[in-house]
Design a protein around this ligand. Structure first.
Ligand code: DQA
Length: 145
């Protein structure tokens, strides 16, 4: 297949203007283009999607099963309470890596818990946008395993 899906959840379309002290000044389009270039360098197609809507994200997760080699997802605030996204991830068999730009553990208490992490392959937290590049490397390694 050689395809990887990048899902960004709510408010991540606001990257670059949203709380720059927390999330940096780079925008989502630049991030997506960087991931696509990095994918091409490895012969992999990287598809990037973003939604502020839980059901849309759930549909993408379902559809990705068997169509992609791996998924990286930043579920945004859904991380902390969406059992529906958690169950969607649990329902598929391709590896999923959860990414958080900020170090959620240094922030408000409600961000310390992820309901989605237990059903993912792994989690990358607090490394800024670089975390997505690391997730891509990890998914490339996991291909076909
Ligand atoms: C986030 C952390 C979440 O707590 C927050 O709601 C986000 C972004 C991160 O990437 O650091 O929207 O997932």
């Amino acid at each position: 297949m050689n395809k990887i899906l990048v899902i960004n959840g709510p408010n991540l379309n606001r990257l670059g203007v949203r709380e720059p002290a927390v999330y940096g000044t780079d925008n989502l389009q630049n991030l997506e283009e960087k991931l696509q270039r990095a994918g091409r360098d490895h012969g992999v197609e990287v598809e990037c999607v973003q939604s502020n809507h839980e059901g849309v994200i759930i549909d993408w997760i379902h559809e990705a099963d068997e169509k992609f080699d791996g998924i990286m997802i930043n579920p945004g605030a859904f991380t902390h309470y969406s059992y529906a996204i958690r169950d969607a991830i649990a329902s598929i068999s391709v590896p999923v890596i959860e990414v958080h730009i900020s170090n959620v553990h240094k922030r408000e208490e409600f961000r310390h818990h992820s309901v989605t992490a237990p059903v993912t392959h792994g989690q990358i937290v607090g490394l800024g946008l670089y975390g997505y590049e690391l997730a891509l490397q990890a998914l490339l390694q996991l291909r076909g395993k």
